[in-house]
Design a protein around this ligand. Structure first.
Ligand code: PXP
Length: 250
């Protein structure tokens, strides 16, 4: 069965928009993680960024304490993050490139260029019982290099697929070019013994098209789920506030 890891970064983004630097506030990404688990999600993903723009250190420690499924810590391959991961002991880390000016993770890792450093991190994580996934574009060279690092997983970057997706693709007799790249990448990764996850930009419209990609283990999805929760929950939230205001004594 295809597993779902819910990325809760955007819950923290909303909290930080109002409560930055306060050490508390709503919505709480840890409470959100528990709701995701109760709804059946098989994992929780949180990206602790160098600039701490959404998820904070206290969030990942509380997540480690309370979640019952798998904790996937997304992180850059920096000494600071490697140190945190080795202490935190998430079930798995997903190494991503990180650039200060990007809105979200915009491209895949260049594993070819960073092979030695990534191999070193894989060794440290494996010695601590932590699995490693590398977030990469659907590129044969990157997949081959990923296999050489000793990582158990790759996460295929589905951003290009999601960006170019049109509803017509669902009915098309053959997959479009971006989908075909993911299909070929998944086949190659599987043949090299890598387990294949995927994520970025997946939503309720484009997801069915991804069924053409073989060997998928887990999808990491954040934005579309948090967006859907806001629109689906907004009516109830407004009604609750109006009920409270109805108590005004005039
Ligand atoms: N996987 C990785 C490695 C990511 O960096 C992100 C974005 O934070 C996601 C999955 C989830 O992407 P989205 O929020 O578009 O669903």
């Amino acid at each position: 069965m295809l597993k779902l890891g819910v990325n809760i970064d955007h819950v923290a983004t909303v909290r930080e928009a109002r409560y930055r630097g306060m050490g508390h506030g709503e919505p709480d990404p840890v409470a959100a993680a528990l709701i995701c688990e109760a709804a059946g999600a098989q994992g929780i993903t949180a990206h602790l960024r160098e600039d701490r723009r959404h998820i904070q250190d206290r969030d990942v420690w509380r997540l480690r304490e309370v979640i019952q499924t798998r904790l996937n810590l997304e992180m850059a391959n920096t000494p600071e993050m490697v140190g945190i991961a080795l202490k935190l002991k998430p079930d798995i880390i997903c190494i991503v490139p990180e650039h200060r000016l990007e809105v979200t993770t915009e491209g895949g890792l260049d594993v070819v260029a960073a092979e030695a450093a990534l191999t070193e991190t894989c060794k440290k994580m494996h010695a601590a019982g932590i699995e490693v996934s590398l977030f990469i574009g659907p590129d044969a060279g990157q997949i081959e290099a990923s296999a050489r690092t000793g990582a158990q997983f790759i996460e295929l970057h589905t951003g290009q697929f999601a960006e170019k997706f049109t509803a017509a693709e669902l009915a098309a007799p053959t997959p479009g070019i971006e989908l075909q790249r993911l299909v070929e990448a998944a086949k190659l990764a599987h043949s090299l013994g890598l387990q294949v996850n995927a994520g970025h930009g997946l939503n309720y419209e484009n997801l069915p098209a991804l069924f053409a990609v073989p060997h998928l283990v887990e999808l990491n999805i954040g934005h579309s789920i948090v967006s859907r929760a806001i629109t689906d929950g907004l009516g109830a939230a407004v009604k609750e506030m109006l009920n409270l205001m109805a108590g005004y004594p005039q």
